[in-house]
Design a protein around this ligand. Sequence first.
Ligand SMILES: Nc1ncnc2c1ncn2[C@@H]1O[C@H](COP(=O)(O)OP(=O)(O)OP(=O)(O)O)[C@@H](O)[C@H]1O
Ligand SMILES: [Mg+2]
Length: 258
Amino acid sequence: MDTPAPLALLLQALEAGDLPAAKAAARELQSPRTGDTRLAAEVLHELRQPLLGVKAYTQLLAEEFGARGTLQMMLAQVERMEQIISDFTRLASERPAPQQPVSLATHVRAAARHFTLNPDSARISLEVMVSEEPTLQGNGRLLEQLTLNLLNNARDAISGPGRVKVVVAREDDAPVLYVADWGPGVPEVMRQHLFEPYVTGNKNGTGLGLAVCQRIAQEHGARLELVPPSALPEQPPPTTLFRVLFPSLENTTAPSTS
Ligand SMILES: Nc1ncnc2c1ncn2[C@@H]1O[C@H](COP(=O)(O)OP(=O)(O)OP(=O)(O)O)[C@@H](O)[C@H]1O
Ligand SMILES: [Mg+2]
């Protein structure tokens, strides 16, 4: 592994005998945001490559012997590691991701496909309803991550078989995404701090998922909220309903991809 950037800067400054630069680098290393957080993000970033290797080999084995039992569990664990790495590096990054005109529904469908590939999702009946194909200015990968995090939360809250629904629509010219589930609901005590990092009610959770969702929503000028179940005309009404309301846009419509 290469020397992480904050450390490299400090070492360079020391080697060059540049005391002010060394002091600045040391200060940066000590600040909680650019020090610990950045170092952790860089280490996690480095881990991504070997992890992709492990994933590729596991997938090869699964193709050869069938994705059952231990192999299936290994793949799920690798997915989980990928999720933690992308959540953490997203939160630690101060740079907004590049944006372009994207079809919201396309990326929501991609997240839904990703979700169903996870063996733990097999017990969940997932419905994707696209009533509009809005195009918005955004980052497709992040929109996928946002949707997937909300879907994963719904699944993780439900202990056995259950139902989850995703809706892509347009409300008063604003693209909107709903993720509804008929699970146990968000505990009252969690509601106030739901979007803060490291707040979790799940023994295997890191509590980063919703913080990342919030950050992604903000990057898109969108509002992410836990809304009353009545906001979606479903019978019976869902127990938990998250809504991502994007800024209003011109009447552009992306071609349907499925
Ligand atoms: N759909 C939901 N139903 C019930 N509780 C939920 C739902 N979504 C989120 N929560 C609660 O909010 C908590 C925080 O969610 P968040 O996604 O931030 O973290 P996490 O899922 O615990 O961990 P991570 O996403 O990092 O794996 C969850 O642990 C859970 O208690
Ligand atoms: Mg989560």
